[in-house]
Write a protein that binds this ligand. Structure first.
Ligand code: FES
Length: 62
């Protein structure tokens, strides 16, 4: 499923980006581009980061 339509970033790519160390929305945007245009996906990216971090899966891949 696509998370960021503007940059065509899918869930797998987002998960891999977070797993590789991107622990903030800005870091994710810098790493894969997600959130770098209209910003509509920013809340979803933030939610992904929060869930991966609070559950201890910050370094897990999907
Ligand atoms: S949907 Fe992600 S920047 Fe537009």
């Amino acid at each position: 499923m696509i998370v960021c339509l503007c940059r065509a970033v899918c869930e797998q790519m987002l998960g891999e980006t977070i797993a590789s160390g991107a622990s903030s929305v800005d870091a994710v945007t810098s790493a894969c581009g997600a959130g770098g245009d209209c910003g509509a996906c920013l809340p979803m990216i933030a939610d992904w980061i929060e869930r991966r971090t609070e559950n201890g899966y910050a370094h897990a891949t999907r």
